[in-house]
Design a protein around this ligand. Structure first.
Ligand SMILES: *[C@@H]1O[C@H](CO)[C@@H](O)[C@H](O)[C@H]1NC(C)=O
Ligand SMILES: *[C@@H]1O[C@H](CO)[C@@H](O)[C@H](O)[C@H]1NC(C)=O
Ligand SMILES: *[C@@H]1O[C@H](CO)[C@@H](O)[C@H](O)[C@H]1NC(C)=O
Ligand SMILES: *[C@@H]1O[C@H](CO)[C@@H](O)[C@H](O)[C@H]1NC(C)=O
Ligand SMILES: *[C@@H]1O[C@H](CO)[C@@H](O)[C@H](O)[C@H]1NC(C)=O
Ligand SMILES: *[C@@H]1O[C@H](CO)[C@@H](O)[C@H](O)[C@H]1NC(C)=O
Ligand SMILES: *[C@@H]1O[C@H](CO)[C@@H](O)[C@H](O)[C@H]1NC(C)=O
Ligand SMILES: *[C@@H]1O[C@H](CO)[C@@H](O)[C@H](O)[C@H]1NC(C)=O
Length: 348
């Protein structure tokens, strides 16, 4: 299929999956990477390359690779023309890349950061890395007032606003089986214009410690947290209902719960993706149920109208889209591009 073939449909999903390995311009399969659109380029940062045991954190093989796809010209989606960029100082999973609206630099804030291509016992030295996509140079900024409890914070999705402020909620410093960890429900703000860090005082309205959600910033300044799971006490986890959606207002720092409705039942999930359309709809894709790594959440695609908070299931132009977890999704024009990920199947 040609990328810019003119297909009249409500939503066209482009799936980029890879069955070839070890060619110079073909990335190995990976999951739990992060991705961002920078201009016309879709960048993919890091990911776990492990194929033997995708659910064993201690057997992860974190890559520092950076790949990008130029979307400004058409291409065959069966053979996407990937380009490899300069690698990151760290191997990276379970975080998110935020692109500065001011100068397009990319901020990796939190995430599991390890020495590349090693198992998970060699931690990276910083918690924030900055990428200048013009020069492909990575730097570790000096951050005024950095909160050291944020070290190794992961299973989070930071978002950046139009003023260059990055908001990160909750997460955990879990890095692998049998290692001590704490789950959090704090909101941290990194102002990238002054490189200052602040951790807000805990709000009574804030959700409990919260992991593996997606976070989507609306033009109104409200961050919408979807899916994932919470911990009310240290070892008691529960999935977050898709019908009680936590939102954080970046204008007054207030949390509130939006009660969503809709005809179909939308399963709670993690490992899903969320993109915001120009109409103010959030489209979620994929993911699995929270307590069984082999069960994909259904439906695998759903749309949330963020003015009415009503869920619906879009009609797809192609019905054979795979049920992915821990993939990347980006909206480019009217196209949702899905890349990498795994199949919610236990490989042991
Ligand atoms: C997970 O992987 C580590 C490192 O390869 C291994 O030592 C451990 O036995 C594995 N755990 C399980 C539950 O398979
Ligand atoms: C990258 O180049 C653009 C265009 O010249 C410029 O506006 C932007 O500030 C540059 N970004 C960085 C991080 O150097
Ligand atoms: C991690 O993946 C790289 C690239 O496929 C491979 O060369 C390396 O041997 C792997 N390392 C481990 C610890 O599995
Ligand atoms: C997580 O935080 C706790 C409390 O500060 C600490 O004991 C533990 O070592 C941290 N874990 C990691 C992987 O940094
Ligand atoms: C740093 O973060 C921890 C955990 O959220 C919080 O308890 C502490 O108050 C924060 N420190 C500062 C100076 O904000
Ligand atoms: C914050 O939101 C709650 C609803 O979650 C509302 O009751 C409260 O009035 C709001 N507070 C402020 C200061 O806006
Ligand atoms: C998973 O959680 C659901 C509730 O969210 C529960 O009904 C179900 O029994 C759990 N399954 C397993 C395998 O623990
Ligand atoms: C999907 O198509 C059916 C049949 O044409 C229609 O009834 C339904 O409203 C459509 N759903 C959406 C979300 O557009």
């Amino acid at each position: 299929m040609n990328f810019f073939q003119n297909i009249q449909s409500f939503l066209l999903i482009i799936i980029l999956l890879f069955s070839f390995v070890n060619c110079q311009n073909i990335p190995n399969p990976r999951y739990q990477q992060t991705s961002s659109l920078i201009g016309n380029r879709l960048y993919v940062f890091g990911g776990d390359l492990s194929t033997t045991d995708t659910n064993n954190d201690s057997a992860a093989n974190l890559t520092n690779e950076v790949w990008y796809l130029d979307l400004s010209s058409s291409f065959n989606t069966a053979k996407p023309p990937w380009n490899k960029d300069i690698g990151m100082p760290i191997g990276y999973i379970f975080g998110a890349s935020c692109v500065s609206p001011i100068d397009n630099s990319v901020f990796l804030v939190g995430g599991r950061m390890f020495i590349p291509n090693t198992a998970t016992n060699n931690l990276g030295s910083s918690s924030v890395y900055v990428f200048n996509s013009n020069s492909s140079v990575w730097t570790t900024p000096n951050i005024f007032g950095f909160n050291s409890s944020f070290k190794m914070r992961n299973q989070i999705q930071p978002v950046i606003d139009n003023y260059g402020k990055i908001y990160t909620f909750g997460g955990t410093n879990y890095t692998g089986f049998n290692k001590p960890f704490v789950n959090y429900n704090d909101m941290s703000i990194l102002d990238t214009t002054s490189m200052t860090w602040s951790t807000l005082a805990l709000s009574v309205n804030a959700p409990p410690p919260y992991l593996d959600y997606t976070a989507t910033l609306l033009p109104t300044g409200i961050i919408v947290y979807i899916g994932g799971y919470i911990t009310r006490s240290s070892l008691l986890y529960e999935p977050v209902s898709m019908y009680e959606i936590q939102t954080f207002n970046t204008k007054d720092y207030n949390w509130s719960t939006k009660v969503a409705s809709g005809g179909a039942t939308i399963d709670s999930r993690l490992g899903h993706s969320a993109v915001l359309t120009q109409n103010g709809d959030i489209i979620i894709y994929g993911g699995r149920i929270w307590n069984d790594t082999t069960v994909p959440a259904t439906p695998y695609i759903a749309k949330l109208d963020t003015s009415s908070w009503i869920w619906s299931i879009p009609n797809l132009s192609q019905i054979n889209s795979p049920e992915l977890c821990f993939h990347s999704a980006a909206l480019y024009g009217d196209y949702m591009i899905i890349a990498f990920g795994n199949y919610c199947i236990m490989h042991i």
